[in-house]
Design a protein around this ligand. Structure first.
Ligand SMILES: O=P(O)(O)OC[C@H]1O[C@](O)(CO)[C@@H](O)[C@@H]1O
Length: 544
């Protein structure tokens, strides 16, 4: 059994440090330390991170790094990279890093080098994507494919959907890409109602190929296709491909395993969009761009693996997040990208972070006695500024926030030159959050006395300023890898298994039980609230 986190001297030192530090504010920290912005700055690949607007000092960082060392974060990192089974509860290796390893690298799982298989699948994906893009791959009636519909959910949807949106400027504009995830029939209906089945390709993405939502949507999509193509079952082979680790279930569903792109149980769903799960994305941006993206991931993998602790960005970001979560009782983390293309980035991070670190059981099965993963939320700036930033500035909660911005717009996407207006807000917000506006400053502006308290900003709200020259496929890969490894660092310190997700099971099992009850009219055996809610539903359902 590992030593309890809160019993460690390093933890206790941080508690004592926090008690002292609590009284310090960012104004003072900057006033008394002119070198702060320069010192609290690190880079990984194209990513620059200024963490000086955090409630940390040299001492805080030293103590946090001590904690990481005491917790064996580096050892666990090395074991992950070496293909050891660090996903304890599922007895699996955790090797998303192998998905972006160059062909020259060797990474073994159970004595077998997995890198050649990764590249073999990438080659098949590239060949297929190129055929669809060029029109060489046609539908059953000989028409070229104009729309690709990805059917998947969770990691089999959020990753490709987020990355498609992020890299939209690099996509093949004479094709359309849609992402269907919700078992609500409206999702598939809206995605297909204006499509021609002859020109539509479905990519059914599911690691397990048993996920109810995905199989339900894929079954309905098959009906839609067959209805549109005169019921010719042979057409399925030209309009359906699968991405999965489960070839048996793919074959049973009726998709030829020749048209299946595989991956492996050592790729977690939320860590999978750089595997074959990214097939629809690869069709959209092309194999070369996809490769650039993988290169970006790899750059940050290497950084995480080799950069010294004091400059190691995933480590620093993970530890600073933990500082707020465990010592300042900050319950949430806002991730605020100043890029319209990153509109789905925070939703993607929600699964990455919350499904990984939303745990309360230690690796040895005992309950944790400290806080674990934060609630991750946020939408792109500047929209959020006109909605919920009020609470960040003047509410009562402490909300650390990651601000993500770019020095230049993607070529051709800002024809009227609005990038400075966007980024002025980016810089303004982190400045306002950190330093606020004192009562004296407000008074000096001649504000009526009654309004002064309302127009005062206490400041001292911590933010990370993360920038890159431009949003490219490589930079997207770098960003995602940064957050993947940050989540890893936190899970390692918290002593939880960041790679299982048992918490999603109970609801799934109950839904399976309840679905037939909704139409059967039989006796119900739930609690009184659930029974009554189902009865009301049955009544309304019968009335329609
Ligand atoms: O790819 P699959 O097997 O359909 O799973 C989809 C998602 O469902 C989950 O298992 C959660 O229910 C996620 O971890 C996963 O990304």
């Amino acid at each position: 059994m590992t030593e309890k986190l809160t019993d460690l001297p390093q933890w206790k030192a941080l508690e004592a440090h926090h008690a002292e530090f609590d009284k310090v504010n960012l104004r003072e920290l900057f006033d008394t330390d002119p070198g702060r912005a320069e010192r609290y700055f690190a880079q990984a690949g194209d990513l620059s991170v200024d963490y000086s607007k955090h409630l940390v000092s040299d001492e805080t960082l030293r103590l946090l790094l001590d904690l990481a060392k005491a917790r064996g974060v580096f050892e666990l990192r090395d074991r992950m990279f070496a293909g050891e089974k660090v996903n304890l509860t599922e007895d699996r290796a955790v090797l998303h890093v192998a998905l972006r390893a160059p062909a020259t690298e060797r990474i073994e799982v159970d004595g077998e080098d997995v890198v050649p298989a990764v590249h073999e699948v990438l080659h098949r994906m590239s060949a297929f994507a190129s055929r669809v893009r060029s029109g060489e791959w046609t539908g059953a009636t000989g028409k070229r494919i104009k729309t690709v519909v990805n059917i998947g959910i969770g990691g089999s949807d959020l990753g490709p959907a987020m990355a498609y949106e992020a890299l939209r400027a690099y996509t093949k504009r004479d094709m359309q890409f849609r992402f269907v995830s919700n078992v609500d029939g409206a999702d598939l209906y809206e995605a297909t109602q204006d499509l021609d089945p002859e020109e539509t390709l479905f990519v059914v993405s599911s690691k397990t190929f048993t996920t109810v939502e995905t199989i339900t949507n894929a079954t309905s999509a098959k009906k839609w296709l067959l209805a549109g193509l005169g019921g010719d079952e042979a057409a399925i082979a030209k309009h359906f491909v699968a991405v999965s680790t489960n070839d048996k279930a793919v074959a049973e569903f009726g998709i030829d395993t020749e048209n299946m792109f595989g991956f492996w149980d050592w790729v977690g769903g939320r860590y999978s969009y750089d595997s074959a799960i990214g097939l629809s994305l690869m069709i959209a941006i092309g194999p070369e761009r996809f490769e650039e993206m993988l290169g970006g991931f790899h750059t940050v993998d290497q950084h995480f693996r080799t950069a010294p602790a004091e400059r190691n960005l995933p480590l620093l970001m993970g530890l600073i997040g933990l500082w707020y979560r465990d010592f300042w009782d900050a319950q949430t983390l806002a991730v605020l990208p100043y890029s319209h293309y990153l509109s789905k980035f925070t939703a993607y991070l929600q699964q990455l972070d919350m499904e990984s670190n939303g745990k309360s059981t230690r690796r040895d099965g005992e309950p944790v006695e400290w806080e674990t993963g934060p609630i991750v939320w946020g939408t792109p700036g500047t929209n959020g500024q006109h909605a919920y930033y009020q609470l960040i500035h003047q509410g009562t909660a402490l909300i650390p926030a990651d601000f993500i911005g770019f020095d230049r717009a993607i070529e051709g996407t800002d024809p009227f030159g609005q990038q400075d207006a966007l980024m002025a807000n980016f810089f303004a917000q982190t400045e306002a959050l950190a330093f606020g506006k004192t009562r004296e400053q407000v008074q000096a502006e001649g504000v009526p006395a009654a309004q002064v308290p309302h127009r005062t900003f206490r400041g001292n709200h911590p933010t990370t300023t993360l920038t890159a020259p431009r949003l490219t496929p490589s930079v997207l890969g770098q960003l995602v890898a940064l957050y993947e490894h940050k989540v890893f660092v936190q899970g390692a310190v918290w002593d939880i298994d960041s790679f299982d997700q048992w918490g999603v099971e109970l609801g799934k099992v109950l839904a399976k039980k309840i679905e037939p009850e909704l139409s059967s009219g039989g006796e119900l055996h739930h609690d009184s609230s659930t029974n009554a809610a189902i009865e009301r539903y049955r009544g309304d359902r019968a009335a329609k």
